[in-house]
Design a protein around this ligand. Structure first.
Ligand SMILES: CC(C)(COP(=O)(O)OP(=O)(O)OC[C@H]1O[C@@H](n2cnc3c(N)ncnc32)[C@H](O)[C@@H]1OP(=O)(O)O)[C@@H](O)C(=O)NCCC(=O)NCCS
Length: 378
């Protein structure tokens, strides 16, 4: 190896890759804003579809905007028989995120390939993808259990309809509202890894389906969206408040990452995590099963004491979804059900002022050397 210039730490940490006016994170203050509005205000006063409009248009919608946007989103929930057949073929063998990635990629099948690439076409594609992802996840979950997928219901909200298609039961208003707020909380987060992947794909002037497919593949990893599933797997493995301390100390002694903790940008606690902690506590009481919340809280306290590291958004979303009766391997899909709104917003923003994203590597390899014929190699 030859000597290299002083190597950057890597991971594009601290690098500003493009201009954006969608989600702003203040990591020092622990504040997150969508298009200038504090996330807490949006979580308290809007729902996921209204938040999506904001992210895609940069302004809160008028009543007339919502009166056309809500039905447009609901009407696109259904899946064609070809797409359902594809899910049926994939469901037993693929993980939920692998299935989602493949099926979202295939959604261009029943879209018009001849449509242009103008903003109206891309907005329509965004609506199609966002509306159909919950139906894909629910169909997958039912098909792998040998059940028929349920038709989406037009009279239910985005969150309530997803829970209905998943379980066959219309959820309580409280559960539907909690899930809806979870979707608002996860919708957008600046240049996170999956959003960045979507923008890199869009920046080659590829299409909306390809960019969202790149994002789903990136979200899947346990250092990003896959952390919520990993948190629940950890809680299930520990399985008791008294076992938490020994388990955590074992992980730290082996220098393993503790899932659901740490963040590249937040220097204080992630504001989304605090809302999710409340939801987990509330559902623990409603379900009469405090164990998962209590274990989480003990881990949170000990992790802060041992390493000074705060929880992130994935930590309490795990027990929140588990209390709702959702299978842990679907948790990352729920993240995608929400984050697709941020991906689409960023893809639209990238298309509106595009420049190819093409960084360079810090070279640490060999200097030029001569080719060695096969019979002369040692
Ligand atoms: C989110 C995450 C990838 C950020 O990574 P990053 O900015 O590259 O930070 P690093 O991984 O370099 O961590 C910096 C230091 O904190 C420690 N650290 C960070 N997160 C940790 C965690 N979850 N558990 C244990 N130690 C952690 C690292 O070991 C490292 O310590 P060192 O400097 O002594 O080597 C990282 O915190 C992590 O892997 N968390 C767990 C996965 C997770 O919950 N992901 C969801 C993010 S929303």
């Amino acid at each position: 190896m030859t000597e290299s210039k002083a190597a950057p730490r890597g991971g594009l940490e601290g690098v500003y890759a493009a201009d954006s006016a969608i989600g702003k994170i203040d990591g020092e203050l622990g504040e997150l804003r969508y298009c200038g509005y504090l996330l807490k205000d949006l979580a308290d006063h809007t729902d996921f579809v209204e938040t999506t409009w904001l992210l895609w248009n940069g302004e809160l919608p008028s009543q007339a905007d919502l009166d056309s946007f809500r039905p447009a989103m609901r009407q696109e929930r259904g899946l064609s028989k070809e797409i359902l057949a594809l899910i049926g073929q994939l469901a037993p063998a693929l993980t939920p995120m692998d299935c989602m990635r493949t099926v979202v990629s295939a959604l261009c099948f029943d879209d018009s390939p001849s449509a242009g690439d103008d903003r109206a076409t891309n907005l329509h594609r965004g609506v199609r993808i966002q509306a159909k992802i919950p139906t894909i996840v629910a169909a997958y979950a039912r098909l792998r259990e040998g059940k028929d997928p349920l038709e989406p219901r037009q009279d239910l909200s985005h969150a309530a309809n997803f829970l209905y298609m998943l379980t066959g039961q219309v959820p309580t208003d409280e559960e539907a509202r909690i899930l809806d707020v979870c979707l608002v909380l996860h919708a957008e987060h600046g240049f996170n890894a999956s959003t960045f992947a979507a923008r890199v794909t869009a920046a080659t002037l590829s299409d909306m389906y390809s960019a969202v497919t790149s994002a789903i593949g990136t979200l899947k990893g346990p250092l990003h969206g896959g952390a919520n599933t990993a948190v629940m797997e950890m809680l299930l493995e520990i399985d008791g408040v008294d076992e938490v301390e020994a388990h955590l100390d074992g992980l730290l002694a082996r220098n393993e990452k503790v899932m659901g903790f740490g963040h590249r940008v937040y220097k204080v606690v992630d504001p989304r995590a605090l809302v999710l902690k409340d939801f987990s506590q509330k559902l623990a009481a409603v379900k009469g099963e405090p164990k998962w919340f209590e274990m989480s809280e003990k881990l949170e306290t000990l992790m802060k004491m041992r390493k000074g590291i705060d929880m992130n958004v994935d930590f309490y979303s795990a027990s929140t979804y588990y209390y709702m009766g959702i299978s842990p391997d679907l948790f990352t899909c729920i993240f995608a059900i929400s984050r697709v709104s941020g991906w689409v917003a960023h893809i639209l923003e990238q298309f509106s002022n595009n420049r190819l994203i093409r960084p360079r590597a810090n070279w640490i390899g060999h200097d030029r050397r001569d080719y060695v014929p096969l019979d002369q190699r040692g």
